[in-house]
Design a protein around this ligand. Sequence first.
Ligand code: COA
Length: 171
Amino acid sequence: MITVRPEMPGDEDAIRQVNLRAFGRDLEGKRVDLIRGSRFWVPGLSMVALDGDNIVGHVLLSAAMLVNDHEAMSILSLVPVAVLPEYQGRGIGTKMIQCALESAKSTDFPAVVVMGHPGYYQRFGFIKASDKGIYAPFTVPEEVYMVLELIPNALDKVTGTVRYPPCFSAL
Ligand SMILES: CC(C)(COP(=O)(O)OP(=O)(O)OC[C@H]1O[C@@H](n2cnc3c(N)ncnc32)[C@H](O)[C@@H]1OP(=O)(O)O)[C@@H](O)C(=O)NCCC(=O)NCCS
């Protein structure tokens, strides 16, 4: 049976491995390490999926900023999410993301942004970010950049561009 829980001390190596195997490179795992050591880390919002005692999946929600000419607001970004190749397609990614979003609802963060496949993220309630006047800081097809309000209508009066932590571009 697959269970999901927040990351605990001692999980770091296994999280690195899951990201390495899922993405076929070490970039995402290194980013997770950098975020963990930064002020953008939000305790309780790094989740792991376990098969028995073995970590087979990982998802991270961490802080980013939504900025416009007048204000800056802290939001969350969902990246990365990774499941070991041999465990993919069994609903583990879905379960981890649902758990992480559920935990995020008990924080003060108003929203989460994600870049990815619309067909995958729509199941969690993500919609096209540009429909809310929210844009990525890089060029990306509008439909793959999405947002989910954690607090209903939190984004009704806020628009802007997302700014990711410096550690996202440090590698
Ligand atoms: C993306 C990922 C985390 C999904 O985890 P998972 O446990 O395989 O996903 P689930 O079993 O919950 O969901 C499977 C669904 O996602 C779809 N899916 C999986 N990966 C996808 C992808 N890269 N693009 C589009 N759809 C994808 C499957 O078609 C399936 O759809 P369905 O439920 O409608 O049948 C996993 O495939 C993975 O680790 N991929 C490599 C790393 C990656 O690309 N991460 C995302 C970017 S941060």
